[in-house]
Design a protein around this ligand. Structure first.
Ligand SMILES: [Zn+2]
Length: 377
């Protein structure tokens, strides 16, 4: 293995000014305050070998940012990834769904949290700070507990009680903030700057997408090929940007010859990316949260919003918005087929039924991201 092929040849590159930085335990954005992407490091997909490995996201080791024998992943891992893939009938068409809610903390965020916490350990961090609308904080808290790291989680006071109880159960220090999602993030950043903790942000830290990208790899195997359309919920875009990165890596490695159209789903009550998409704008501007049951995607000022918009457009996809009534109908429809998910997760099903992405014969895949018990009702 040459130096440039080594997993740790990966570097941060700023999306705003292009500056590159070595990953370390304290950097989470560029000096210019731009968001960072991960560049460098060659990925490989020895599929026959991968299929024989245990069913967890770590089977994709040649595409993950760890050296062989690094103990950090094993110290954090709990068998995440490789969610069951089942077909559901949505809007009268068969759709491939992956049951992300069957993950250790009951949401897809485990994919990103496992990789991000292992990265924090690899970089020598002992103290993590995260902010979240619920599921990401839960996942970071759980994996930090697993890896023996101290963890503080900032959440809005309005966060579902079930999610708060789950975070506390993992012995994270919970700080509830009266204010918007942006106020919560600002409080976390202030804490990071005062303590020099590792900012375990699923929004800012690009290592999170190294975990969520494995969803694309697994969909490829489950669908026995590249689906025509994938439909994902989008607030901060952790699932969307992970999926886009995953399919791009498969394309670059020559495993596939095309990528799916990405359909991003927002809640109508808080839809800044949808607003930019429908206006034909190049940049996502902050909006306000008018209220929605889909708390996991109610992000009024997503730091990577423009990046999400670019990923959707590059794929030939679309951004759609669904209202709370549509989400409720879709949630009930999924439950009637045995799949009990939280409202945020049901939004994607609502989008299939309403927007009907692609032609009638298109192969559609979507993640069912969070368990219904996180937000009962
Ligand atoms: Zn910069």
């Amino acid at each position: 293995m040459t130096l440039t092929d080594a997993p740790w040849s990966r570097r941060y590159r700023c999306r705003s000014c292009g500056a590159e930085h070595e990953p370390d335990a304290v950097r989470w954005r560029c000096d210019c305050h731009g968001v960072l992407d991960l560049v460098g490091g060659r990925v490989r997909f020895p599929l026959e070998e991968i299929r024989r490995r245990p069913r967890e996201l770590w089977r994709w080791s040649e595409a993950l940012p760890f050296d062989p024998g690094d103990p950090a992943p094993a110290a954090a891992a709990m068998g995440e990834g490789c969610a069951p893939a089942v077909t559901a009938d949505l809007g009268g068409r068969p759709v491939l769904t992956t049951l992300e809610f069957a993950s250790p903390t009951l949401s897809f965020k485990d994919r990103g949290a496992a990789v991000l916490v292992a990265t924090a350990s690899r970089l020598g961090a002992r103290h993590l700070v995260a902010d979240s609308s619920g599921n990401a904080g839960t996942a970071i808290a759980a994996y930090a507990a697993r890896a023996g790291l101290r963890c503080e989680v900032f959440v809005a006071a309005s966060t579902s009680p079930a999610k708060l109880a789950q975070i506390r159960a993992h012995r994270a220090e919970v700080h509830t903030i009266d204010g918007t999602r942006e106020d919560v993030a600002a409080a976390a950043v202030e804490r990071v700057q005062r303590s020099e903790a590792f900012y375990a942000s699923h929004v800012w830290n690009p290592f999170f997408f190294e975990g969520t990208k494995t969803w694309a790899f697994e969909v490829l195997l489950a669908a026995a090929g590249v689906p025509d359309v994938v439909v994902v919920p989008v607030g901060n875009g952790t699932m969307l940007l992970g999926a886009a990165r995953g399919f791009d890596e498969l394309l670059t490695a020559g495993v596939v010859d095309r990528v799916p159209r990405l359909v991003a789903v927002q809640a109508a009550g808080c839809a800044p990316i949808h607003a930019a998409f429908t206006a034909g704008a190049d940049e996502v501007r902050p909006t306000s949260n008018e209220g929605t049951v889909a708390e996991g995607i109610a992000i009024a000022a997503p730091p990577r919003g423009t990046q999400c918009l670019e990923a959707v457009r590059r794929s030939g996809g679309a951004v759609v918005a669904v209202d709370d009534d549509d989400i409720a109908v879709a949630r009930a429809e999924l439950a009637s087929q045995g799949l009990y998910v939280e409202p945020t997760a049901a939004a994607v099903a609502a989008a299939v039924g309403l927007a009907g992405p692609g032609d009638a014969d298109a192969v559609v895949a979507l993640p069912l991201c969070g368990a219904g018990i996180k937000s009962p009702g």
